[in-house]
Design a protein around this ligand. Structure first.
Ligand SMILES: NC(=O)c1ccc[n+]([C@@H]2O[C@H](COP(=O)([O-])OP(=O)(O)OC[C@H]3O[C@@H](n4cnc5c(N)ncnc54)[C@H](OP(=O)(O)O)[C@@H]3O)[C@@H](O)[C@H]2O)c1
Length: 419
């Protein structure tokens, strides 16, 4: 029996909320709060009569700590699930601390305005010291560790698929398969086709920023940064087939390097089709990916926000997308003195997802782990106080929940390795 406040009502939140409503006896009351209350009301209406969960809705500007505190104090939830945007992570964490409530999210903090001089100075120092230049990193949220510990609260960071399940796979490999892990390759393949020449699978602003940034990986205790999309491999994915994939920077590399320090190399690859890459390069070249406001005919516009308005809404891709995703981790290392390899992954079908929750597999593979992470916190399976990423918790009950609620694992001990 618990009360949960979900902040955000976009693609991922829609799936997470629908899945919460499928779990008997845990998510007894849910408040869906977002910037546009009409979206929360529409979802609540759609769920009416299909679930025992008592759903209410609210409007909140999650950039404003006072508004959040007022909402949390009024609703008195056991957990706040932040499924808004990474821009709101810190304000929501502040509000949770002030109200004494556990927190979770699906992506680590990044600022909305990367030209803000105060943020920029800290960012540039971090780039010099750490050696990677992504706009997002864990330092902002790890700075809350002591505060959450002292308050006796838990903040669970990045509990989607990647980050999220990929780290649980790493914890599982460490617990059950290896004495020592040497390398981790995280492979994220979307074999889906939505029929558009160009569209992003989740929030376009967050997605395009991530993909157009330099890539980086962890090797021998340091970051190696490479120009965007400059390392390409081909891989034959189970149930999907051959795809081109590119090395990207990804947030879980940073926490895995800290939490499994013996690992010599951690890389992240994501598949992209040629049409996506050509469109993205062109948009970048003409300045459409910029977050710096420009004056256009007397109006101030942010190019990437304008682009977002032009692109198909990721939520609209659901009914059109066919094919499967395949996301997982390949490990090399040793067990009982012998070299071994291991690949653990999930295959998810876009059309099946749409049938179940009216959303494609990208939102499904993020929303289901968000629900399962909340389930771990609410049922006392994950109780560690402080600010933690998924690999720091016991992977077993989490992976069991994923198996049960729609993202079952597959595994092989003889994977083809990525060179
Ligand atoms: N870990 C993973 O595997 C993974 C994968 C994909 C996405 N993600 C993360 O999941 C999160 C949600 O992504 P999404 O694709 O669902 O995004 P989305 O469809 O754009 O939804 C974002 C939601 O947050 C709301 N919102 C934005 N700013 C707000 C504010 N200031 N106050 C209150 N609500 C606000 C939006 O309200 P409006 O309706 O008013 O715009 C919208 O409902 C993002 O953090 C994304 O990075 C994680």
């Amino acid at each position: 029996m618990s009360r949960v406040l979900v902040i955000g009502c976009g693609g991922v939140a829609n799936v997470a909320i629908r899945k919460c409503c499928q779990v008997d006896g845990v998510f007894t009351e849910l408040c869906i709060a977002s910037r546009t209350k009409a979206k929360c009301d529409a979802l609540a209406e759609d769920l009416k009569g299909t679930t025992k969960t008592k759903i209410t809705t609210a409007r909140v500007n999650a950039d404003d700590v006072r508004e959040l505190v007022a909402l949390i104090k009024n609703y008195k939830p056991d957990l706040v699930m932040n499924i808004a945007l990474p821009y709101q992570d810190l304000t929501i964490m502040d509000a949770c601390l002030e109200c004494g409530v556990n927190y979770m999210d699906t992506a680590n903090y990044e600022p909305e305005d990367t030209d803000d001089p105060e943020w920029r100075a800290i960012y540039e120092k971090r780039c010099r010291e750490k050696g990677f230049s992504a706009y997002f990193d864990y330092s902002w949220q790890w700075a809350y560790r002591e505060k959450f510990e002292k308050a006796g609260l838990t903040a669970l960071l990045g509990c989607g698929f990647d980050p999220g399940v990929t780290q649980a796979y790493c914890a599982y490999a460490k617990k059950h398969e290896f004495d020592e892990i040497d390398t981790i390759d995280i492979l994220d393949c979307n074999g889906g086709d939505h029929g558009y020449a160009f569209a992003t699978n989740f929030n376009p602003e967050v997605n395009l920023r991530e993909v157009s940034a330099p890539g980086s990986y962890w090797e021998d205790g340091r970051w190696i940064e490479i120009p965007a999309m400059s390392i390409k491999r081909e891989y034959d994915f189970d149930k999907v087939g051959h795809k081109d994939m590119y090395l990207l920077h990804h947030e879980e590399i940073e926490s895995l390097a800290e939490n499994i320090p013996e690992v010599k190399r951690i890389r992240f690859f994501m598949t992209f089709g040629q049409s996506y890459l050509t469109h993205m390069k062109c948009l970048e070249n003409v300045g459409m990916l910029s977050t710096t406001p420009i004056n256009f005919e007397g109006h101030e516009i942010v190019p990437i926000k304008f682009l977002k308005a032009l692109l198909p809404d990721p939520a609209s891709l659901g009914p059109r997308t066919k094919g499967k995703t395949n996301i997982g981790c390949i490990f090399t290392g040793r067990k009982d003195g012998r070299e071994k390899t291991y690949y653990i992954y999930n295959v998810c079908d876009h059309e099946e997802c749409y049938k179940e929750v009216k959303s494609q597999a990208i939102n499904y593979t993020t929303g289901v782990p968000a629900m399962c992470g909340a389930l771990m916190l609410l049922t006392g399976k994950w109780t560690e106080k402080g600010v933690h990423t998924v690999e720091e918790f016991d992977p077993d009950p989490f992976l069991d929940a994923l198996d049960k609620y729609g993202l079952p694992r597959s595994e092989t001990h003889e994977p083809v390795l990525v060179d």
